[in-house]
Write a protein that binds this ligand. Structure first.
Ligand SMILES: [Mg+2]
Length: 170
C-alpha cells in the first residue's frame, strides 16, 4: 500500500493514560505486572477499543504510525502486546530512549522525526507529532518539522484528539 503520511505518538500520558515509565520506576522487566496493570495504563477496555479503531482507520488510509518515547523499547512493546495493540506498530517504528535513532539524536524527538521525514520524503502537512510534553511539541513547531498536536490535558489522548488526527488524513 502507498504510504500517504505518518503519525508519531508519544507513549506515556499520550497513548497511555498514565506515565508507565514512572509507575514502574523505569523498570525494563515487566514480567511482574499483571494484565490489569496494562489495561489500567491504557484507561479501560473501551479506550483500548477506541485506540484500536483509530489506529486501524489510519492504517487503511495508508498512514504509518510510530512511537517516540523516553521510555524503554521493550516496555512499550510489552504494554502494547498485553492489550492487543502491538500489531499496528512495526518493530522498526518504535523509538524508545534506548533505540539506535534516539541515541544518535541525543533524545531529541524532533530530530528523530526530521530524520524519518527526510528518509521517506514526506511533506510537512502529512506528518503529525502528538505529545503531552510542551517542550517536545514546541521544538517541532519552532523548527517547522511537522504538524503537531499537544495533548494539553491529563489522561492521554481523548476522543477529540483522536478525531483531530483522523481529520488530517481524510
Ligand atoms: Mg508523555
Amino acid at each position: 500500500m502507498k504510504i500517504t503520511g505518518m503519525v508519531f505518538y508519544d507513549f506515556d500520558d499520550t497513548i497511555a493514560v498514565t506515565d508507565v515509565f514512572r509507575a514502574t520506576h523505569g523498570a525494563m522487566d515487566m514480567t511482574g505486572y499483571d494484565d490489569q496493570f496494562f489495561v489500567d495504563a491504557f484507561g479501560d477496555n473501551k479506550r483500548i477499543a477506541q485506540l484500536e479503531w483509530h489506529f486501524d482507520r489510519l492504517k487503511v488510509r495508508g498512514v504509518k504510525i510510530s512511537i517516540i518515547s523516553f521510555g524503554w523499547n521493550a516496555v512499550i512493546r510489552e504494554s502494547l502486546e498485553r492489550v492487543g495493540l502491538a500489531d499496528f506498530f512495526g518493530e522498526d517504528l518504535i523509538f524508545g530512549n534506548d533505540s539506535k535513532l534516539m541515541l544518535e539524536r541525543e533524545g531529541i524527538k524532533g530530530e528523530v522525526i526530521r530524520e524519518q521525514i527526510r528518509l521517506h520524503q514526506y511533506s510537512f502537512d502529512r506528518v503529525v507529532f502528538v505529545d503531552d510534553n510542551k517542550e517536545n511539541v514546541g521544538f517541532c513547531e519552532k523548527e517547522k518539522i511537522c504538524q503537531t498536536l499537544h495533548v494539553n490535558h491529563e489522561g492521554g489522548m481523548n476522543e477529540k484528539d483522536l478525531k483531530t488526527i483522523e481529520r488530517i488524513f481524510h
